[in-house]
Design a protein around this ligand. Sequence first.
Ligand code: BG6
Length: 301
Amino acid sequence: MTDSLDALKQQFDIPGKVAIKAGKANLTVIKIKTEHANATVYLHGGHVTHFQPVGRKPVLFISDKSDFLPDKPIRGGVPVCFPWFGQGRQNNSNPPHGFARLLPWTLASIDEESDGSIVVLLMLKSDQHTRKLWPVDFELGHRITVGKQLTMSLEMRNTSNDDLTFEEALHTYFVVGDIHRTTVHGLQGASYLDKVKTGKQVQEDELVTFTGETDRVYNTTGTMVIDDPVFGRKIIITKAGSNNTVVWNPWIAKAKAMPDFGDQEWPGMVCVETANVKDDAIVLQPGGRHVMTTSLSVESR
Ligand code: BG6
């Protein structure tokens, strides 16, 4: 561990800007500091756990009860769900949300752009272990750009000899001042699958507000805004290469049932997830490539 950490530090540290360290439970983390924002990325799960523009509150929620273990997902930040979402299109895939959030990713490169932003490229490639869970060959890149905005881009390549189908989500957990007063803009007119109430497609006519457990898969390619009057800010979420946005808050009972989530944490978070799931799963021919990108930025209200 120490040797490989030393090797990574030697190869990738940028003094004053990028430091590779042993993070929680000795998992390797990349600490990034730019003129505009700070961020933290774990190689475990290819997981962004922290993003904070200078002078503002953190943007990403992370549970105090989160596991930081090699075989468990991190609760909060941005889990990468891949190659399926939940239990997949047939509802029988395991582990839930796929294996990408459970595996150590490889650090491929760290670069500083001319505008001062830092770009981290992580890779996850098929191997003996992934083929047991999903019998295909692939290369998945996760490009994380930390600057005024946080931009995350999943770049998937089919290196198999056959077509393949996958689902994906950048399962982003946001900090909010109070979920009861939080609204999500940008979804009016979109249809959604309501996983809590009906399990059917519903038309969204309103701003999204929160009065109970919420778990919805919206059909949308548009920009979302989380309006947070308590923290006096708006979080703007733009995306490309994504046909779905998942909106989730576990509320009281589900929060209690999750061992890696505090019983009282649900009013302070909401997930708005850039995704391609269910009927919008991506089909790639051999050699085919697909990119899904989301960017997060913060403005005062
Ligand atoms: C959301 C799903 O994206 O993730 C929910 O829509 C799920 O159904 C939630 O409960 C959390 O999933 P997990 O596997 O991280 O507990």
